[in-house]
Ligand binder design. Structure first.
Ligand code: HEM
Length: 146
Protein backbone atom coordinates (compact mmCIF):
# COMPACT_ATOMS: atom_id res chain seq x y z
CA UNK A 1 0.00 0.00 0.00
CA UNK A 2 1.41 3.38 -1.04
CA UNK A 3 0.40 6.47 0.92
CA UNK A 4 1.18 9.59 -1.08
CA UNK A 5 1.49 13.20 0.06
CA UNK A 6 -1.74 13.97 -1.86
CA UNK A 7 -3.78 11.40 0.06
CA UNK A 8 -2.35 12.63 3.39
CA UNK A 9 -3.54 16.13 2.48
CA UNK A 10 -6.99 14.84 1.41
CA UNK A 11 -7.21 13.14 4.83
CA UNK A 12 -6.17 16.33 6.68
CA UNK A 13 -8.59 18.33 4.52
CA UNK A 14 -11.54 16.05 5.35
CA UNK A 15 -10.52 16.03 9.04
CA UNK A 16 -10.56 19.84 9.11
CA UNK A 17 -13.96 19.83 7.35
CA UNK A 18 -15.31 17.65 10.19
CA UNK A 19 -13.80 19.99 12.80
CA UNK A 20 -15.27 23.07 11.14
CA UNK A 21 -18.82 21.74 10.88
CA UNK A 22 -19.26 19.44 13.90
CA UNK A 23 -18.77 21.90 16.79
CA UNK A 24 -21.38 24.28 15.31
CA UNK A 25 -24.10 21.76 16.20
CA UNK A 26 -23.01 21.92 19.86
CA UNK A 27 -23.24 25.71 19.71
CA UNK A 28 -27.04 25.73 19.22
CA UNK A 29 -28.10 24.03 22.49
CA UNK A 30 -25.58 26.18 24.39
CA UNK A 31 -26.97 29.41 22.91
CA UNK A 32 -30.46 28.23 23.91
CA UNK A 33 -29.27 27.60 27.50
CA UNK A 34 -27.49 30.96 27.63
CA UNK A 35 -30.84 32.68 27.02
CA UNK A 36 -32.15 31.48 30.38
CA UNK A 37 -28.87 31.54 32.32
CA UNK A 38 -28.11 33.50 35.52
CA UNK A 39 -24.99 35.76 35.48
CA UNK A 40 -22.67 33.03 36.87
CA UNK A 41 -23.72 30.42 34.36
CA UNK A 42 -23.72 33.11 31.66
CA UNK A 43 -19.94 33.57 31.72
CA UNK A 44 -19.38 29.79 31.78
CA UNK A 45 -21.58 29.32 28.70
CA UNK A 46 -19.90 32.27 26.98
CA UNK A 47 -16.45 30.77 27.44
CA UNK A 48 -17.65 27.48 25.93
CA UNK A 49 -19.11 29.42 22.97
CA UNK A 50 -15.80 31.30 22.54
CA UNK A 51 -13.84 28.00 22.60
CA UNK A 52 -16.17 26.48 19.98
CA UNK A 53 -15.89 29.51 17.70
CA UNK A 54 -12.08 29.57 18.08
CA UNK A 55 -11.95 25.88 17.13
CA UNK A 56 -14.24 26.35 14.11
CA UNK A 57 -12.09 29.27 12.92
CA UNK A 58 -8.78 27.38 13.27
CA UNK A 59 -10.30 24.39 11.48
CA UNK A 60 -11.56 26.75 8.75
CA UNK A 61 -8.04 28.08 8.24
CA UNK A 62 -6.68 24.53 8.07
CA UNK A 63 -9.43 23.69 5.56
CA UNK A 64 -8.38 26.55 3.27
CA UNK A 65 -4.67 25.73 3.70
CA UNK A 66 -5.01 22.00 2.93
CA UNK A 67 -7.46 22.73 0.08
CA UNK A 68 -4.95 25.16 -1.46
CA UNK A 69 -2.15 22.57 -1.15
CA UNK A 70 -4.40 19.97 -2.85
CA UNK A 71 -4.97 22.41 -5.72
CA UNK A 72 -1.25 23.11 -6.07
CA UNK A 73 0.01 19.52 -5.95
CA UNK A 74 -3.03 17.73 -7.38
CA UNK A 75 -4.68 17.28 -10.76
CA UNK A 76 -7.49 19.85 -10.31
CA UNK A 77 -7.30 23.29 -11.87
CA UNK A 78 -8.31 26.30 -9.75
CA UNK A 79 -10.80 27.46 -12.41
CA UNK A 80 -12.74 24.15 -12.40
CA UNK A 81 -16.37 25.15 -11.72
CA UNK A 82 -16.79 23.38 -8.34
CA UNK A 83 -13.49 24.85 -7.10
CA UNK A 84 -14.41 28.40 -8.19
CA UNK A 85 -17.83 28.11 -6.53
CA UNK A 86 -16.31 26.81 -3.30
CA UNK A 87 -13.74 29.62 -3.28
CA UNK A 88 -16.50 32.22 -3.85
CA UNK A 89 -18.66 30.84 -1.01
CA UNK A 90 -15.60 30.59 1.26
CA UNK A 91 -14.75 34.24 0.62
CA UNK A 92 -18.35 35.25 1.28
CA UNK A 93 -18.48 33.39 4.60
CA UNK A 94 -15.09 34.74 5.68
CA UNK A 95 -16.08 38.35 5.00
CA UNK A 96 -19.65 38.37 6.37
CA UNK A 97 -20.03 35.53 8.84
CA UNK A 98 -16.62 35.25 10.53
CA UNK A 99 -16.85 38.98 11.37
CA UNK A 100 -20.38 38.47 12.66
CA UNK A 101 -19.18 35.79 15.11
CA UNK A 102 -16.39 37.87 16.62
CA UNK A 103 -18.41 41.11 16.81
CA UNK A 104 -21.29 39.38 18.57
CA UNK A 105 -19.00 37.89 21.21
CA UNK A 106 -17.02 41.07 21.77
CA UNK A 107 -20.15 43.14 22.38
CA UNK A 108 -22.19 40.65 24.40
CA UNK A 109 -21.50 42.07 27.89
CA UNK A 110 -22.23 45.67 26.85
CA UNK A 111 -25.30 44.78 24.79
CA UNK A 112 -28.59 46.26 26.03
CA UNK A 113 -30.68 43.56 24.38
CA UNK A 114 -28.90 40.22 24.91
CA UNK A 115 -31.75 38.24 23.39
CA UNK A 116 -31.27 40.08 20.12
CA UNK A 117 -27.50 39.42 20.17
CA UNK A 118 -28.12 35.71 20.79
CA UNK A 119 -30.72 35.53 18.00
CA UNK A 120 -28.15 37.04 15.64
CA UNK A 121 -25.54 34.52 16.79
CA UNK A 122 -28.02 31.70 16.16
CA UNK A 123 -28.88 33.00 12.67
CA UNK A 124 -25.18 33.47 11.81
CA UNK A 125 -24.42 29.91 12.95
CA UNK A 126 -27.23 28.41 10.83
CA UNK A 127 -26.13 30.42 7.80
CA UNK A 128 -22.54 29.26 8.29
CA UNK A 129 -23.68 25.61 8.61
CA UNK A 130 -25.74 26.06 5.42
CA UNK A 131 -22.78 27.45 3.47
CA UNK A 132 -20.45 24.71 4.78
CA UNK A 133 -22.95 22.04 3.70
CA UNK A 134 -23.20 23.58 0.20
CA UNK A 135 -19.36 23.56 -0.03
CA UNK A 136 -19.30 19.96 1.25
CA UNK A 137 -21.71 19.00 -1.55
CA UNK A 138 -19.58 20.81 -4.16
CA UNK A 139 -16.45 19.03 -2.91
CA UNK A 140 -17.95 15.54 -2.82
CA UNK A 141 -20.12 15.76 -5.95
CA UNK A 142 -17.72 17.96 -7.99
CA UNK A 143 -20.46 19.19 -10.37
CA UNK A 144 -19.08 20.46 -13.69
CA UNK A 145 -21.24 23.51 -14.44
CA UNK A 146 -19.10 25.16 -17.10
C1 HEM B 1 -10.46 27.13 -0.13
C2 HEM B 1 -11.39 26.21 -0.19
C3 HEM B 1 -11.17 24.81 -0.67
C4 HEM B 1 -10.35 24.29 -1.64
C5 HEM B 1 -9.36 25.05 -2.52
C6 HEM B 1 -10.57 22.85 -1.68
C7 HEM B 1 -9.94 21.97 -2.54
C8 HEM B 1 -10.13 20.60 -2.57
C9 HEM B 1 -9.49 19.68 -3.49
C10 HEM B 1 -8.52 20.08 -4.59
C11 HEM B 1 -9.92 18.43 -3.16
C12 HEM B 1 -9.43 17.13 -3.77
C13 HEM B 1 -10.45 16.45 -4.60
C14 HEM B 1 -10.05 15.04 -4.93
O1 HEM B 1 -8.91 14.80 -5.33
O2 HEM B 1 -10.94 14.19 -4.86
C15 HEM B 1 -10.86 18.55 -2.04
C16 HEM B 1 -11.52 17.48 -1.45
C17 HEM B 1 -12.46 17.59 -0.45
N1 HEM B 1 -12.88 18.77 0.15
FE1 HEM B 1 -12.17 20.63 -0.29
N2 HEM B 1 -11.51 22.53 -0.73
C18 HEM B 1 -11.90 23.69 -0.09
C19 HEM B 1 -12.87 23.82 0.89
C20 HEM B 1 -13.61 22.77 1.40
C21 HEM B 1 -14.71 22.90 2.32
C22 HEM B 1 -15.22 24.24 2.85
C23 HEM B 1 -15.16 21.65 2.61
C24 HEM B 1 -16.29 21.20 3.51
C25 HEM B 1 -17.16 21.95 4.04
C26 HEM B 1 -14.36 20.71 1.87
C27 HEM B 1 -14.52 19.33 1.89
C28 HEM B 1 -13.84 18.45 1.09
C29 HEM B 1 -14.04 17.02 1.09
C30 HEM B 1 -15.03 16.25 1.98
C31 HEM B 1 -13.17 16.47 0.12
C32 HEM B 1 -13.02 15.01 -0.27
C33 HEM B 1 -13.87 14.76 -1.50
C34 HEM B 1 -13.56 13.48 -2.22
O3 HEM B 1 -12.54 12.85 -1.94
O4 HEM B 1 -14.37 13.13 -3.08
N3 HEM B 1 -13.43 21.41 1.15
N4 HEM B 1 -10.97 19.88 -1.71
Amino acid sequence: MKVGVYSIFVYLHVFSAILSIGPLFVLMPIIRRLRKANPDAESAYLSIIRAIIRMVMHAGHMLVFTGTVLLIIGPWLWYTSWVVMTLAIMLLSAVFLAKGFTNVLKNFHQAADKHQVLSRLMTTSWMYIGLLLIMLWLMVQKPVIW
